[in-house]
Design a protein around this ligand. Structure first.
Ligand SMILES: Nc1ncnc2c1ncn2[C@@H]1O[C@H](COP(=O)(O)OP(=O)(O)OP(=O)(O)O)[C@@H](O)[C@H]1O
Length: 335
């Protein structure tokens, strides 16, 4: 659905060139939710805005739904942009227009007849749960409600791609969850391809299928969310995961230094997460273990668990074999 090839983009600041993207390649598949995570200044907004050519790349190619946008100008680009909608961190609503008028806006610009606009506005507001707020102004809405207006407006022209620019960063955790759930439902119902940028791994974990980690204008890691979240390879990805898990790497190292034995990290994925396996392993391999840290949660809809355990005594190869037979991944943190 989206193919970015060898993208470079620099800005001129005080006569100096600042490189924001330094050769980015990215493929987003139809119907997937793709996350781009990175720290402030990594180039996320630039990357997102290059997809609909709000920023024109200095070099490289942007293809959306088979069409090379970077080769278009004027009317061609305007037509192509109708298939790529966007929602924003600060919602970007027209404050002097009602909820209904905000949602109607892209359809008015596109020249739709009023009756068709009205029917579509009603359907969209019902879909995002805002029917009773139809005639309010943005200032009378909560942040979550404003973002729902932004989503309804973005869906107006039936786009193929939705770009989300830190769409939940201004919202509290509960509202964030409800907006992410709404985006996930829309992705499923409409088979809409979603690209979202964020600096929070929890956002990625909740709704993305795949993720790219951006640092200094380059993609340093990319893959399915389960892979990047459970086994981050780059220091940057590891930092984001640790921040999401509220783990301090230094404190964790100190804690581990206090305990005896072998340190293993076990990763469970899918329904196996809930199986009472550890007692069985302890009996089977005649070992003792203590749990040092752990978490059971979900990546999108799939349950996962990750436990760090300290093992003393017993038959380690037998324990490893039984865990492997049950589909549990074992990483040895300390032999
Ligand atoms: N319009 C602009 N003019 C000049 N420099 C810019 C402009 N937009 C971005 N930059 C610079 O490009 C680099 C990447 O910025 P970008 O906004 O894409 O990063 P980001 O990852 O989205 O950051 P944040 O999370 O803080 O929004 C930064 O060094 C930034 O200062």
């Amino acid at each position: 659905m989206i193919q970015l090839q060898a993208l470079h983009k620099s800005y001129t600041v005080d006569g100096r060139q600042v490189a924001a993207l330094k050769g980015v390649d990215l493929h987003v598949r139809p119907g997937e939710v793709f996350g781009v995570i990175g720290a402030s200044g990594a180039g996320k907004s630039t990357l997102l805005r290059v997809i609909n050519l709000l920023e024109r790349p200095d070099q490289g190619q942007v293809k959306v739904a088979g069409q090379t946008l970077s080769a278009l100008d004027g009317a061609g680009l305007r037509a192509a942009r109708q298939r790529i909608a966007m929602i924003f961190q600060h919602f970007n609503l027209l404050s002097s227009r009602t909820v209904a008028q905000n949602v109607a806006w892209p359809m008015r610009i596109a020249g739709w007849p009023p009756a068709r606009i009205e029917a579509r506005v009603q359907a969209l507001l019902a879909r995002v749960g805002l029917t009773e707020h139809t005639h309010k102004y943005p200032a009378q809405l909560s942040g979550g409600q404003k973002q729902r207006v932004g989503i309804a407006r973005a869906l107006a022209l039936e786009p193929q791609v939705l770009l989300c620019d830190e769409a939940t960063s201004a919202l509290d955790p509960e509202t964030t969850r409800s907006i992410l759930d709404l985006l996930a439902e829309i992705n499923q119902e409409l088979k809409l391809t979603i690209v979202l940028i964020t600096h929070e791994m929890d956002v990625v974990r909740r709704i993305c299928d795949r993720v790219a980690v951006l640092e200094g204008g380059r993609i340093v890691e990319e893959g399915p969310v389960a892979q990047v979240f459970l086994h981050p390879q780059s220091p940057t990805a590891r930092r984001f995961v640790m921040a999401a898990e509220h783990v301090d790497e230094g404190e964790q190292r100190d804690d581990h230094a206090q305990v005896q034995g072998h340190l293993w990290r076990l990763t469970f994925l899918g329904e196996r997460t809930y199986e009472p396996l550890l007692g069985e392993v302890a009996r089977h391999a005649n070992l003792d273990f203590g749990i040092l840290s752990g978490r059971i949660d979900r990546i999108k809809r799939v349950p996962y668990g990750q436990l760090t355990i300290a093992i003393t005594g017993g038959d380690l190869p037998a324990a490893r074999q039984l865990l492997a037979d049950r589909g549990v991944q074992v990483e040895e943190l300390r032999a």
